[in-house]
Ligand binder design. Structure first.
Ligand code: GLN
Ligand code: ZN
Length: 767
């Protein structure tokens, strides 16, 4: 048995109290200078290194304290920052932020999701004539600091294969596939290796998460050639290729067949490779046995067993997190949660602190696992027993085994997943008396300063719950009145009471816990606090009925009830790892279904179940996608099939590049679907209709992400285009997303023009 070392693939960087976020925003506002910003970053970095060293982590990932995004850092490192950003300023820091955020004159780089996480990266935009060149200033500065702090540094860089896989070619370029540029990029990485060797670096980590996605044979060949070349560099550090977020499957051989020195495998999301995998035995296997992107305490017995099997496969093994800890909060320490002992004492049952492991706790787990494996700790000693007890305690708790919830799920029948056919529902809904091309919005209205002030006062205890509610009701009344004046057909209450569309419901559901300090970076300086779904989910009381019926009492027009769908609830939460996502989704679906039924009983005739994240849960590998589509459809239908045919169900999706999901959207069988309009309305509608969509459709006719007020003509044109692809009686008129990020003086003029465009179209069609 070999002796194990310890590591993690990366660390959070935003600061335990979001210090880097606040400093960066101050810098942007001109309140601090670049030196002060760098000082905050250096301080956090030094603390992080210390935290890792003290926890007993041997090899420390460095070069991870990005000021915005690691993909953007790599773009700078390889000299691929587009010209317009270089021209935006004389100083590299402001060029960097220009690419990240844009300036008054130029838009930023596109941002998109980092694999299936809720982190977003900046998409490199390349031209065919790009000349990559090594720009190592940041890399070397970080390394120098690490060496001064006597850190056993392992610089982390996004690998060349993943870098190009995630890039796009600039508009109008002949070369369509960025991977075609690989031969020009690899020499820069060769230069990086030589440089790091010269600086005395022993190990470098090249991140290749693209190796867990489905690759063509050709792409596998590229991957293999890249690492054959890099491993062939004479003077270089040892190379660790880091894969994560899934199983490398058939791509593994492309890496193990080369002379790289180590490979990391995500053993939480992926499988351990066969014992006779060629090329594995002489490499360092970095075993990702501690989940780097979820918040549960590691099941110690399973992990120890897994490690002993790693030992049979490779001569050297390091215990590690499955991916960078960027995706989990810093530490559980400041959270106010009862411990198991406290619960035992007061006889309560529920989530216990020990069930969870955030960043700091994961470091301790990694250290413990390596000690157990190395025989430095007795496998039946008190530390191991305690870790085992936690897992048993969680498994046996009544909150993870709510019999009422489980029985209800076991008794579901096919009927619970079905409404009567769409055509029959259309007839049943005729008395809603909607005009042709009905107008509506997606739910939220501007978060005015009044709303924000009231929320802050309420949080600080300066106003009572009742006063807060009154203030929000005032806002609802205001929004209803405005919509009536505009002549909108299906109104909304405006969602002023919701801080966040997931957290708002999570806070009211049994089985969910909202942390106080559990921030994780979503992109740049934006952080989110995903709620933790820890137990069987149920809905003790109606969650939105009072707000919706209050709004409805103020108008004769139909008011649409607004709910967050189960898939989005899961996608933007930390979910339990002790049952399948599909099973968890069913529980949330039933809770939201109950809310639909209660809204209906309270007289609400139109209900929207938002699923902006429907596509986000799509698995990374092709072979897993069909199964997700199956249960995603079932989950949505379970949520919405409890209501009568007379009740109109809407859904909303925040993207229009449906890709693999396009066929699924019709199967959800909502009466009306509204979608974001990044492309032309015509294309969206055509795309859907071609894939069998046959229900109502509201292609967003203007972009709410821009402050611009679109003209009537512009929106008329968009509507006419859409009408080319869908029969008039199925076309709805709405903006492309919620309006909460807009100011009132942007929102209302736009809606006014939108209503006018719908009216004109109605007239022209009816004449
Ligand atoms: N109903 C939500 C809103 O209008 C939908 C938000 C979203 O699509 N992300 O804010
Ligand atoms: Zn949206």
């Amino acid at each position: 048995m070999s002796t194990f070392s310890t590591t993690v693939l990366g660390t959070p960087r935003i600061g335990p109290n979001r210090e880097l976020k606040f400093a960066t925003e101050k810098y942007w506002r001109g309140e601090i200078d670049a030196a002060e910003l760098q000082e905050v970053r250096s301080g956090l970095r030094a603390e992080s290194w210390k935290r890792l060293q003290e926890a007993g982590i041997d090899s420390i990932p460095t070069n991870v304290f990005s000021l915005y995004d690691q993909m953007l850092d790599t773009t700078v490192l390889v000299g691929a920052l587009p010209k317009q950003y270089l021209a935006a300023s004389n100083n590299p820091l402001d060029q960097y932020f220009a690419a990240a955020r844009g300036t008054a004159e130029i838009p930023p780089l596109e941002m998109t999701k980092w694999f299936d996480t809720n982190y977003h990266y900046l998409v490199p935009e390349l031209t065919a004539d790009v000349e990559f060149s090594l720009n190592p200033t940041e890399l070397l500065a970080d390394l120098e600091a690490a060496q001064q702090a006597e850190v056993n540094a392992r610089p982390v860089i996004v690998g060349p294969f993943t870098y190009l896989k995630l890039s796009k070619m600039a508009e109008g370029e002949e070369t369509k596939n960025p991977l075609d540029l690989i031969d020009r990029l690899v020499p820069v990485y060769e230069g990086v290796l030589e440089l790091l060797a010269h600086e005395g670096v022993e190990w470098v980590q090249l991140d290749e998460p693209s190796a867990v996605t489905t690759l063509t044979a050709e792409e596998q060949k590229v991957l293999q050639e890249v690492y054959t070349k890099l491993a062939g560099v004479k003077n270089r550090p040892q190379i660790l290729v880091a894969t994560y977020f899934g199983d490398t499957g058939a791509n593994l051989a492309a890496l193990t067949s080369t002379d790289i020195d180590g490979i990391s495998l995500d053993l939480v999301a992926g499988e351990l490779p066969d014992i006779d995998t060629p090329g594995l035995s002489d490499k360092l296997l970095v075993a990702g046995v501690v989940d780097g992107r979820n918040v549960w305490a590691t099941a110690i017995d399973g992990a120890v067993e897994l490690l002993s099997r790693c030992d049979e496969r490779a001569s050297k093994v390091a215990v590690s997190s499955s991916c960078s800890l960027l995706h989990v909060p810093y530490s559980l320490e400041p959270e106010n949660l009862p411990t198991i002992a406290e619960r035992n004492e007061d006889g309560s049952d529920g989530l216990c602190k020990e069930w969870l492991a955030f960043g700091t706790e994961k470091l301790a787990e990694i250290a413990l696992l390596s000690k157990v494996h190395n025989g430095a700790i007795d496998p039946n000693g008190p530390e191991v027993l305690a870790a085992r007890d936690v897992i048993n305690h969680r498994r046996e708790s009544s909150v993870t085994n709510d019999q009422a919830v489980r029985t209800r799920i076991a008794e579901l029948t096919e009927d619970d997943y079905q409404r009567v056919p769409y055509e029959e529902r259309v007839t049943a809904q005729e008395d809603l008396d909607l005009p042709l091309f009905p107008t509506t919005t997606i739910g939220s209205f501007p978060q005015t300063s009044e709303i924000r002030v009231a929320r802050r006062k309420f949080r600080k205890g300066e106003i009572t719950a009742d006063e807060y509610k009154k203030a929000m009701q005032g806002e609802v009344a205001h929004v209803i009145k405005n919509q009536e004046e505009l002549g909108i057909d299906v109104l909304v209450h405006g969602e002023p009471e919701r801080n966040d569309m997931v957290q708002y419901f999570a806070e009211q559901l049994v089985g969910y816990w909202a942390s106080e300090h559990g921030w994780v970076q979503s992109y740049g300086t934006r952080c989110v606090r995903p709620p933790v779904l820890f137990g069987d989910v149920s809905r003790p009381e109606p969650m939105s009925v009072e707000w919706t019926t209050y709004a409805a009492s103020l108008t004769d027009k139909p008011v649409k009830g607004m709910l967050t769908g189960p898939l989005t609830m899961l996608s933007w939460s930390f979910v339990r790892d002790d049952q399948s996502l599909e099973d968890t989704a069913k529980q949330v679906a039933l809770a939201i279904r109950d809310e639909c039924v209660d809204l209906e009983a309270a007289g609400i005739r139109v209900i929207q179940v938002d699923e902006p994240a429907l596509r986000e849960l799509l698995p990374l590998r092709d072979e897993d996608k069909a199964d997700y589509a199956r249960w995603a459809v079932a989950t949505f239908r379970l949520t919405t099939s409890g209501v009568k045919p007379e009740t109109q169900i809407h859904t909303h999706m925040c993207y229009s590049e449906f890709g693999e999901m396009v066929g699924v959207i019709g199967e959800l069988d909502a009466d009306v679907t509204s979608v974001e309009s990044a492309r032309s309305q015509m294309e969206i509608v055509e795309d859907l209709e071609e894939h069998g969509y046959h229900q109502g459709i509201g292609p967003g006719i203007y972009d709410i992400h821009s402050p611009r007020v679109p003209s009537v003509e512009e929106m008329s044109k968009a509507l006419r285009l859409a009408l080319g692809a869908v029969p008039a009686e199925r076309l709805w008129v709405n903006p492309d997303c919620g309006l909460k990020t807009r100011r009132s003086d942007e929102c209302y003029p736009s809606l006014k023009n939108m209503v006018e465009a719908a009216r004109e179209l109605r007239e022209s069609v009816q004449n």
